[in-house]
Design a protein around this ligand. Structure first.
Ligand code: HEM
Length: 448
């Protein structure tokens, strides 16, 4: 928000900041992000070096942190091919099963305080079955626990300024026993967890395929068999396969869970939206049935709700940081090689000239009142910004959208969603209405 204020005050779409010798360029307008990150993507697709994560904690396997180049390309190709729209259709039954499991759990557990953990379970079931074919039955599954603990380490280590070694990579050579080198000891702990997260579920899933084959990215296109028989002509090796599968939980869990919660918040604040969506579902889905992906063209209002949640409280206000590989010039500005380039996705998704009343949750902005259909000429599709830009655009965007769509359609079809009526009693004894406050997850992690 501050960056947007500065852009407005200085009347510019591009900000340049410099801190500790690092150049940071913030793009405030969607059109500028497209001009640079998409049209000139061969120069703008790097990632800034994060020594704590990739060189000390063992996250060099993670394609989302890799710099642009051959190694990244091999991993990216696999993620992209497996998760693109047509290929992903094969995994719809996995999402449907996980969503049905969630509905059953919600019927048994009406404590609203558990909603987020049910969403977490849904995301875990979906991702682990799509990636490895592993069926997670219980809460506190050991693989999910491992992935969650590793994620937390990653979130903490990625906070700007939290570890000086990210700014001064030379510090990675300081011995762990040296006073002030506690980051090295922390990194060693996280390293062990990270390696376990990459290797253990993979080895287990591989062992299990010997009997029954549950369709997954591991077995898709007989990925694994081809690798083992040495028949893969392209760059796919077992290491690339194992690394790419291990990245999906980190990329897809918190992002999707947070958007699920945002949808619920929007529906709580706007009961009229829920009623309208329920009426549309009642007119399309036969009694006794649950909505299905085939119903999507007849349920544009559900699509509009999901799109509005992705816009209203976007999960990644700054997208992913890109790194510029060579000096560039744009509209008279000189952009130095090595600069970190950030798209101010928050500003783009709250741009008043594109979205009227941008801070309101209003799915109708995407619906043409005459046809009742989705119409992005009225308000730009938020997916064009919220999943990032150019060659680094989120490869999980179809999976994310489909998971969200099916969950929201199923919840709206089966439940009423209302605010809790009881007030909360504060330690002082005072009774107050429940309110919602957004936090950055890393803040609560750091407080621990
Ligand atoms: C609402 C859900 C999601 C949102 C908002 C989201 C957003 C993003 C963003 C903004 C980026 C950075 C793009 C850039 O650098 O320009 C990204 C990258 C990535 N996302 Fe997602 N994502 C979501 C769900 C998922 C899912 C479900 C998966 C996989 C199962 C996934 C896997 C990845 C990976 C692997 C990358 C790194 C791509 C690269 O660096 O080449 N994401 N995502």
């Amino acid at each position: 928000m501050k960056y947007h204020e500065w852009s407005t005050e200085l009347n510019t779409d591009i900000l340049h900041l410099q801190a500790a010798g690092i150049h940071i360029i913030v793009l405030d307008k969607y059109e500028v992000a497209v001009d640079l990150l998409e049209s000139r993507s061969s120069m703008y697709s790097g990632r800034p070096r994060m020594a704590m994560l990739t060189e000390l904690m063992g996250r060099d396997f993670d394609l989302s942190l890799m710099d642009y180049g051959g190694v990244w390309r091999k991993h990216r190709r696999l993620a992209q091919q497996s998760l693109q729209a047509t290929a992903f259709k094969q995994y719809r039954p996995h999402l449907a099963q996980a969503t049905r499991n969630l509905l059953k759990r919600l019927l048994d557990d009406r404590d609203d305080g558990n909603l987020i953990s049910h969403f977490r379970q849904l995301a875990a079931e979906s991702i682990m079955s799509v990636a490895y074919g592993i069926q997670i039955q219980q809460e506190n599954d050991p693989y999910v626990k491992l992935a969650e603990d590793t994620n937390q380490g990653m979130i903490i280590a990625a906070v700007p300024g939290r570890f000086l070694v990210n700014i001064f990579p030379i510090m990675k050579y300081i011995p762990a026993w040296f006073p002030g080198a506690s980051f090295k000891r922390k990194a060693r702990e996280w390293y062990k967890m990270t390696r376990a997260m990459v290797e253990v579920p993979y080895a287990d899933a591989k062992r299990r395929i010997v009997g029954i084959i549950y369709f997954s990215l591991l077995t898709s296109g007989t990925n694994l068999q081809k690798i083992e028989a040495g028949e893969q002509e392209d760059a796919l090796t077992e290491e690339v396969l194992r690394n790419t599968l291990a990245v999906l939980y980190a990329g897809g869990s918190d992002t999707t869970i947070s958007t699920m919660a945002t949808c619920i918040l929007g529906l709580l604040e706007h009961p009229e939206v829920l009623k309208k969506a329920q009426a549309q579902i009642d007119g399309v889905v036969k009694p006794g049935h649950l909505p299905d992906f085939d119903d999507a063209p007849s349920l544009p209002y559900i699509t509009a709700i999901v799109k509005e949640a992705l816009r209203w409280r976007e999960v990644t206000p700054f997208g992913g940081p890109h790194a510029l590989s060579t000096d560039d010039e744009y509209n008279g500005y000189r952009l130095p090689a090595g600069a970190i380039v950030i798209a101010n996705v928050w500003a783009m998704l709250h741009d008043e000239s594109v979205y009227a009343d941008p801070f309101e949750f209003d799915p109708d902005r995407f619906i043409n009142p005459e046809t009742g259909k989705i119409d992005y000429s009225r308000a730009r599709d938020p997916e064009l910004a919220c999943f990032g830009f150019g060659r680094r655009i989120c490869p999980g965007k179809f999976m994310a959208f489909e998971s969200l769509w099916l969950l929201i359609a199923s919840l709206i079809a089966t439940f009423d969603i209302e605010k809790v009526k009881e007030k909360v009693t504060l330690p002082s004894g005072e009774e107050v209405e429940r309110t919602v406050e957004l936090t950055h997850e890393y803040e609560s992690l750091l407080i621990k």
